[in-house]
Write a protein that binds this ligand. Structure first.
Ligand code: BG6
Length: 286
């Protein structure tokens, strides 16, 4: 059953979508940026980090949740950092609740605003599905113009942790990464990724290989799958960068680790009429 009107709500004064699966799993998304700001699996515990100092205003990025980075990762191009998708209003296309869970589809199409910055016609859809112990977030992009286009993208997921120094991210052993802080490539050794200082890395993947990572903390583990997103960004600003961020309480860098499903190293190329999708799935572990 289509439930668009029943899922529309307000969140910190902004238009939002509240999803509630029959089993109790929940998610909240802002229409601005199609940005997830909350996800609770069936156990009721919040799994995304959202800053208490986040700014809710037209055109301003919200610190936390799952910002959608499109059509440019970071400053790898002429656009504002991380592109325009996260600061533009998306529309709610569909909302469904069934025995399997709750789903929302949000859409952003090229407009005079986007064409003035990026001369390509596109339609992007973000599909969010919440049920039981899992959250699926899928970004689909279609080239609706008559010329090829290319883009980079990421689901910039802020995973909530109790204490970032006690967390570890497994699954990247032996993988090559770009250390964005030094500009040098390096290789992850045998150990898991841990955070004891600023971390800003792009782990390069193979476009045909999907990845599963495990975020472990004392007492709980989260599995993170990515499909069609070859790369993984791991980011934590640590003390000094956090102090310089007006929308982050000074010690809150301890409360999250960003693990981003991304397509950066090889930009996605779409001929006219072609489409691409990439997905990140979060699963709480028993
Ligand atoms: C990460 C980048 O993806 O996003 C970092 O790797 C960047 O370099 C971070 O600082 C946050 O970006 P923003 O624009 O949301 O402050």
């Amino acid at each position: 059953m289509d439930e668009i009107s029943s899922v529309l709500t307000r969140f910190n004064g902004r238009s939002a979508v509240a999803l509630q699966a029959p089993d109790g799993a929940q998610a909240v998304l802002l229409l601005q940026g199609a940005q997830l700001v909350s996800w609770r699996a069936r156990d009721g515990r919040e799994r995304l980090y959202l800053s208490d100092s986040a700014v809710y205003a037209d055109g301003q990025a919200v610190r936390g949740g799952v910002p959608v980075v499109f059509p440019q990762f970071e400053k790898r191009g002429p656009l504002q950092r991380h592109g325009f998708a996260r600061v533009l209003p998306w529309t709610l296309e569909r909302a469904d609740v069934s025995r399997e869970g709750a789903l929302a589809v949000l859409r952003l199409e090229s407009s005079d605003i986007t064409l003035a910055q990026w001369p390509h016609r596109f339609a992007a859809e973000l599909t969010v599905n919440v049920s039981n112990e899992r959250l699926d977030v899928e970004l689909e992009v279609e080239n609706t113009g008559d010329a090829p286009l290319s883009f980079t993208a990421a689901l910039h997921t802020y995973l909530r942790v109790h204490e970032v120094e006690e967390a570890s991210l497994e699954g990247l052993r032996g993988q090559t990464y770009l250390d964005s802080l030094t500009g040098r490539e390096a290789m992850q050794g045998l150990g898991a990724v841990t955070v004891e200082d600023e971390v800003d890395r792009i782990y390069w993947g193979h476009p045909e290989h999907d990845r599963t990572l495990l975020l472990r903390e004392p007492g709980r583990t989260l599995a993170i799958d990515q499909q069609n997103f070859p790369d993984t960004v791991v980011w934590n600003p640590w003390t000094e960068k956090a102090l310089a961020m007006a929308d982050l309480p000074p010690s809150d860098f301890r409360r999250f680790l960003c693990v981003e499903a991304a397509a950066i190293g090889e930009p996605v190329q779409l001929a006219a009429g072609e489409a691409w999708w990439g997905r990140q799935t979060l699963r709480t572990q028993p």
